[in-house]
Design a protein around this ligand. Structure first.
Ligand SMILES: [Mg+2]
Length: 257
């Protein structure tokens, strides 16, 4: 779902929403709390999984099922594994092996499954590729607002990525949640002694960053990423005027906040 109605503010206009009226370019607004998603908001992530899946498809080379059919089966198996084992590369590797066992036209031997497992784990060794304008935008926003990172997934993996990104000093707290639900957002804002009405969740995923944040009474900014994971797609929930803003680039946050 990438075709939601655009709700961008007028270019250059000072925002008039509650809690965000600007009175000075560099005035600190400590009552405003900015929560940032990480994967595919601050740095590339899904593209590595997609590359591995493309190689998996080649390896499977199914004579009967189309690529779309194999992908649908893989998505279902991945979802089952997320429910059982959570997010992250190791859960994905298990899912990919399970998909290979299920879908291969000849029963795979242990060596073939080990190859699939190793293929999936290559994701863990990818370098951190920061998305455009992330460094300068976080640096510009940090003096003005409180900022925290709210990601989901495997604690060790997400912590390692944050360390390697060099972005950790921008955030006063880091939350690695098992799932981004409305309740989890409420607890996060409470832990930060923030006010939901002046807290903004910023991310690329309608399912994880936008809809549950809005349900928790937060405001949200959708920063589109052209390669958002299919399991993160979801229709945007209706939001009261001023509660949801869509921007086309991370750099646009500098004008919003
Ligand atoms: Mg994300």
């Amino acid at each position: 779902m990438r075709s939601g109605k655009t709700r961008s503010p007028r270019p250059g206009a000072d925002l008039n929403v509650r809690g965000l009226a600007r009175t000075g370019r560099f005035r600190r607004h400590w009552h405003v709390l900015l929560l940032f998603d990480a994967d595919d908001t601050l740095w590339e992530n899904n593209v590595y999984f997609e590359r591995v899946i493309a190689r998996f498809m080649q390896r499977l080379n199914h004579s009967q099922l189309s690529v779309a059919e194999v992908r649908a089966r893989l998505n279902a198996i991945e979802h089952e594994h997320i429910v059982r084992f959570g997010y992250g590369v190791h859960s994905f590797a298990r899912a990919l092996c399970a998909a290979y066992s299920t879908l291969a036209e000849a029963p795979p031997d242990a060596a073939a499954l080990e190859d699939v497992h190793i293929l999936a784990l290559t994701i863990a060794h990818e370098p951190i590729e920061l998305l455009p304008a992330v460094v300068e935008t976080l640096a510009a926003l940090q003096p003005r607002h409180r900022m925290a990172l709210v990601t989901k997934g495997d604690l060790a993996e997400q912590t390692s990525k944050l360390e390697r990104s060099g972005l950790a000093p921008h955030f006063e707290r880091v939350f690695v949640l098992p799932e981004k639900t409305a309740a989890a957002y409420r607890e996060t804002v409470l832990a930060l002694t923030g006010d939901p009405a002046t807290t903004w969740m910023i991310g690329n995923s309608p399912r994880s960053d936008i809809n549950p944040a809005l349900a928790a009474g937060l405001r949200a900014v959708l920063v589109r990423h052209p390669d958002t994971w299919i399991l993160e797609h979801e229709a945007l929930a209706p939001a009261p005027a001023g509660h949801l803003i869509e921007v086309e680039s991370f750099a646009a946050l500098q004008k919003l906040f």
